[in-house]
Design a protein around this ligand. Structure first.
Ligand code: HEM
Length: 534
């Protein structure tokens, strides 16, 4: 039993330490102090291993101080570890991140109960030294709570909707970027096909879509600044997951200690460079601002924000939580969330197609049956295998093995557990999407699992890549449209192949991406119903 093992190891270690110290100090009264010392250590061990765990769901027994962190050492695939815990402890269990408990809710009925029925209690976010330093306090959208979050989320959702998220305008915008990407690929891969690094080009395509919405901005495929921005987002995603971040959170002073603060300085450097980009965009908008804009349709989200503030001021209304700092941080959140997740999913998409030639051919056959040069949203209902493949890509890619952290908003007793305000808790969607009871042979890439007997797309409730409840992804409909239009049009027009030794290993960051790969890209030929990219 790990708790017994912990206690015995601790006793041996402290006894050894004690006698070493006493001998060094030439201390006489060995026995009395030994008993005192051992009592303190025993009480501490009981508190750590038993008392403090009693109010929360059961889970793997933590080590003293390190919690369950040692279980992650040398683990190639954390999903397998999480599945084994789910099997052992059921649909809700606690994992200790050092001294901090994180409750993972990992079956659908319990997820619905906590995050929908009791949404008020389980929908806050975890603010800490790292998040507060990046967001400069309670700003943005991902890390804030309460009235400010409600107001800013509503504004972002309305504005994205006005720009056509879910409407034809959005489709036009995405199609323009997809066409530009395909032209670039056609030029790069020549007539006989070529080994190419596709990921940077995908990043420019997806980056242009979100940049267009946020700032009315787009870059050419070979623009080095756009590639730099993508690199910064990738670096940020990996840096925030470094174990040393735990030390900065627990003891902020460590972020100032030379040598130890290497990763901290790196993170702040990335943040400053990203903010410089955002500040330049905001400044440009301010310079071009004209009073009559207030009566017009905004061209992008930055103008929409400025118009909202101006309108409120003119009408003598409260400007609420709208201010310059919040605008910058809202843009940072939307830029990061809107790009990193979608690019990462698409990186997986083309790798999985290259690795699964049979699926790629099936997808192409279905796309060819449409008989159109450009695949559109309206074709979706006639493309069930394509949609099933995208679902399966998202399920296998499983880009968020640990969902964005939420916290308990107020003390609450539920199911015999006593949650305290601030406790960490998540709907653990990655466990759901890999559950062997729902998805037979979950490690197998098999799009057909999302089709029913009549070849229609099957709705599987546990498939929740965009999460659930109040904090559900704000960009879901944009992301779905991007994944569909980029994937379908690229696969319709090109073949993707990779060497056998290209791996599907998972690189852990805030999102999990594949190892950087290059693939052979060939323009599809005359067997296909079109000859050139329109
Ligand atoms: C394939 C693409 C994407 C995936 C898989 C994805 C997934 C997610 C997930 C799992 C969450 C966490 C929900 C929770 O806390 O339980 C989330 C939150 C969020 N996503 Fe996405 N997302 C994607 C694309 C986007 C895009 C394109 C945008 C922006 C336009 C976006 C904006 C956000 C924001 C702002 C939040 C935080 C919401 C809040 O805290 O209120 N996401 N996303």
């Amino acid at each position: 039993m790990p708790s017994l093992r912990n206690a015995i190891l601790l006793t041996i270690a402290t006894t050894f330490l004690y006698f070493r110290i006493m001998r060094t100090l030439n201390f006489d009264n060995y026995m009395a102090t030994y008993i005192y010392f051992l009592t303190c250590i025993t009480l501490y061990a009981i508190y750590e291993l038993n008392y403090k765990r009693r109010r929360l769901p059961n889970g793997p027994v933590p080590w003293l101080v390190a919690g369950n962190m040692p279980s992650f050492i040398n683990v190639n695939n954390v999903d397998v570890l999480f599945q084994s815990w789910k099997q052992q402890y059921g649909g809700i269990f606690t994992v200790w991140i050092g001294p901090i408990p994180l409750v993972m809710v990992s079956d659908l009925p319990t997820i619905k109960k906590y995050f929908i029925q009791h949404a008020d209690s389980f929908s806050n976010r975890w603010r800490n030294f790292v998040t507060d330093s990046i967001m400069e306090g309670s700003n943005g959208i991902v890390q804030i709570d309460g009235n400010k979050w409600r107001e800013q989320r509503r504004f972002a959702l309305h504005t994205l909707r006005d720009f056509g998220v879910g409407k034809p305008l959005m489709e036009q915008m995405i199609t323009l970027e997809v066409t530009s990407l395909m032209n670039h690929m056609e030029k790069s891969c020549g007539l006989d096909g070529k080994e190419l690094h596709l990921c940077p080009s995908i990043a420019v395509c997806v980056g242009n879509i979100i940049n267009n919405m946020l700032f009315g901005l787009r870059f050419n495929q070979d623009n080095s600044y756009m590639h730099r921005l993508h690199q910064l987002l990738d670096d940020q995603s990996h840096t925030v997951m470094q174990p040393i971040m735990g030390a900065y959170i627990a003891f902020p002073v460590t972020s100032k200690i030379p040598i130890i603060n290497g990763e901290w300085n790196r993170l702040m450097g990335i943040k400053n460079e990203l903010l410089e980009f955002l500040e330049t965009q905001i400044e440009g908008h301010r310079m071009n601002w004209k009073d009559e804009m207030i009566e017009q349709e905004p061209e992008d989200l930055t103008y929409a924000y400025m118009i909202e503030v101006e309108k409120r001021k003119r009408n003598g209304e409260d400007v609420g939580f709208f201010d310059d700092q919040q605008l910058k941080m809202l843009l940072l959140d939307l830029f990061f969330a809107g790009m990193e997740t979608t690019v990462t999913t698409l990186k997986w998409a083309f790798l999985l197609m290259a690795k699964n030639q049979k699926v790629q051919k099936n997808v192409q056959a279905e796309l060819d049956s449409i008989g159109q040069p450009m695949i559109e949203i309206q074709h979706r209902t006639r493309l069930p295998y394509v949609q099933a493949t995208i679902n399966e890509i998202q399920r296998i890619a499983n880009i968020l093995p640990i969902n964005l952290l939420r916290t308990v908003a107020e003390d609450i007793e539920i199911d015999g557990y006593n949650f305290k305000k601030g406790d960490l808790i998540i709907p653990q969607i990655s466990i759901l999407m890999n559950d062997p009871e729902i998805f037979e042979n979950p490690e197998e890439f098999n799009p057909s699992r999302f089709l029913d007997e009549d070849n229609n797309v099957k709705k599987i409730d546990e498939f929740l890549p965009f999460s659930i409840g109040r904090r559900q992804c704000l960009g879901e409909s944009l992301a779905r449209a991007e994944l569909y239009l980029v994937f379908a049009n690229l696969i319709q027009n090109f073949n993707f192949e990779v060497a056998d030794d290209v791996t599907t290993e998972r690189v852990l960051g805030l999102t999990v991406s594949p190892v950087e790969y290059s693939c052979k890209i060939t323009r599809r030929g005359l067997d296909h119903n079109q000859n050139s990219v329109k």
